[in-house]
Design a protein around this ligand. Structure first.
Ligand SMILES: C=C(OP(=O)(O)O)C(=O)O
Length: 562
């Protein structure tokens, strides 16, 4: 294929990359099929699994020596999967029934992964991807596929990409694109921690690309181009070099406070959902977590999570945040993130979405409170309720939390709310009186005020600069400060270059952003004046469109970053 071809998807890890397609799940065209070579199937299967188990263990050891413990752990677990006797026996049994060895292995892997995926446990369900991953390696070995002997930058392309693919020794993996997968998969975690741009949910036509095809990935724009033209290639290379130098320069300021030129201090926290993001947040100098998204591990979950299932996802994240402020948001299922048990059942549709849904499920809600109190015992835990519309809802949540705390014999932690509905803006004074803190969910609030769908491509973080949205935020800040409550912004607008100064000017006390954005937001704050931000915000509130506001900020407040 030589024609330029563009793809879009979802960003699992940001960045720009240029490289050559390397399919991780396709045997080479001229492979000699092992079942045609004769030999003892039991020995072929055992040898193949042994080889992969040893390779994975070697890879784990080498990663551990480099201090990459998390990736080493994943490789070690994959090695144990390859050593699993039950899995091997299943493959041998099928081969003894007369199935060709690769078919026997593939069927055994599919059955094994399928059984795990059906278990009522998100952590184990994720392990199914690891099993399939190990299976692909064993099959590639059986097919005699040794992978590209190359040091050229590779863009991994597959129906599903596993963490091990990204860590393949001897390969220079520069980016990854897959048809399936979720932002909470092991592969996405590893990609983010390695800084490998990763695009998910791309059209399956992607799989028609041949190995060696040049492809350009702009994960920030959630797009990829196969066979880019010279102009696109030059621009991408330039963008990559600039981004690299900039990252290095920004990281030099990590130890400095997020303080404006005239001494106004902003608390800078991180938005996280996984242990890897929690660790990245602390490495990047976050002052704790301003938003822990607890619903993300359950988006493919078959039923309401039990206490054990909450614990399985919460404990690793909260352990990484020992001693830190952690603002844990309770389950926030909504139209754009609805697990199958809610999306597909009549009961789910009847219960609705957001907070009313949770309040209609007091047992499930209480289970999450209990799990948070227990898993967060070693953190400075704060609980945050999403989609609050009224003071009655806040009080109902407090009663459940107080009961859970009394049952556990611990003090009730601070209970705050997210402001993401116009109803919450209207009730800001009442809510601020009773909530311990407020956090603006600018992603939803912007859409709610401007009548946009969150999946609408025009619903960008920059739209929070619409004067109607800024006015709503200003009302919330005024109400909160009247009652001595702190206001944070945890939507993506907090990290948007021309919205950050406006939020500071309006009086927001704290910003919470993705770990990857922390260095840049801190650097911007350190190069602006608070009094300029205050004046800008006052003028912005008199403008009519976000475009006018953008021009205003660009004219008055364009810090030159490293
Ligand atoms: C942070 C927010 O919530 P979500 O996780 O839904 O993006 C928001 O709406 O701004």
């Amino acid at each position: 294929m030589t024609d330029r071809r563009a793809y879009t998807g979802h960003t699992a890890a940001p960045g720009t990359a240029l490289g050559f397609v390397h399919r991780t799940d396709r045997p080479p065209a001229k492979a000699v099929l092992p079942h045609r070579t004769g030999g003892d199937p039991t020995k072929q299967i055992t040898d193949a699994f042994d080889t992969i188990a040893t390779r994975l263990l070697d890879l784990s050891t080498s990663l551990r020596e480099q201090g990459k413990d998390e990736q080493a752990d994943i490789m070690e677990v994959n090695s144990y999967i390859a050593q699993d006797q039950d899995l091997r026996d299943q493959a041998v049994k099928r081969a003894n029934y007369g199935r060709p060895v690769p078919v026997a292995v593939r069927q055994a892997i599919d059955a094994y992964a399928g059984t795990i995926a059906e278990l009522d446990d998100p952590t184990l369900a994720e392990r199914a991807a690891d099993v399939r991953q190990v299976g692909r390696r064993v099959l590639a070995h059986l097919y005699g596929h040794t992978g590209p002997a190359t040091d050229q930058p590779l863009v991994l392309v597959a129906h599903e990409i596993g963490a091990a693919d990204l860590l393949e020794p001897g390969l220079t993996v520069t980016a990854a694109i897959s048809v399936t997968g979720g932002p909470n998969s092991h592969a996405a975690i590893v990609a983010r921690s390695l800084g490998i741009p990763f695009l998910l949910a791309v059209d399956p036509q992607l799989l028609e690309l041949p190995d060696g095809q040049e492809i350009l990935l702009d994960a920030d724009m959630a797009s990829a181009v196969a066979h880019p033209d010279d102009d696109e290639r030059t621009k991408a290379l330039h963008a990559m070099e600039t981004a690299r130098n900039r990252r290095l320069a920004l990281a030099e300021e990590r130890h400095l406070p997020a303080e404006t030129l005239d001494g106004h201090r902003i608390v800078l926290r991180a938005n996280v959902a996984t242990p890897a993001e929690a660790r990245a947040a602390l490495t990047t100098g976050a002052e704790g977590v301003g938003l822990l998204r607890t619903e993300l591990p359950f988006l493919n979950h078959p039923s309401w999570p039990t206490r054990n299932q909450h614990a399985a996802t919460l404990v690793p994240v909260l352990r990484a945040l020992t001693g830190q402020v952690v603002t844990a948001r309770t389950l926030d299922f909504a139209d754009d993130k609805l697990p199958p048990f809610l999306a597909e059942s009549r009961e789910g549709r009847r219960l609705g979405r957001g907070l009313p849904l949770m309040l209609a499920q007091p047992d499930a809600f209480a289970d999450q409170f209990r799990s948070l109190l227990s898993a967060g015992a070693d953190t400075d835990l704060r609980i945050m309720i999403p989609m609050v519309a009224s003071i009655d809802e806040l009080r109902a949540c407090r009663r459940l939390l107080q009961a859970a705390a009394a049952e556990a014999g611990v003090p009730t932690p601070p209970l705050g709310i997210m402001v993401e509905l116009p109803e919450a803006v209207a009730a800001a004074d009442d809510l601020a009186r009773e909530a311990s803190f407020l956090s603006i969910g600018s992603n939803d609030l912007t859409c709610q005020i401007l009548g946009l769908d969150r999946r609408d491509p025009t619903a960008t973080p920059a739209m929070a600069a619409h004067p109607a949205v800024l006015d709503a935020i200003a009302r919330v800040v005024t109400a909160a400060h009247r009652h001595n409550r702190q206001v944070s912004v945890c939507g993506d607008a907090a990290a948007h270059p021309f919205v950050t100064p406006l939020l500071i000017g309006i009086g927001c006390d704290s910003l919470s952003v993705a770990p990857a954005a922390l260095d840049e937001v801190r650097a911007r704050i350190r190069r602006i004046r608070h009094d300029t931000c205050v004046s800008l915000a006052a003028i912005a509130l008199t403008r009519e469109t976000p475009e006018e506001v953008r021009r205003l900020v660009e004219q008055c407040c364009q810090p030159s970053l490293p």
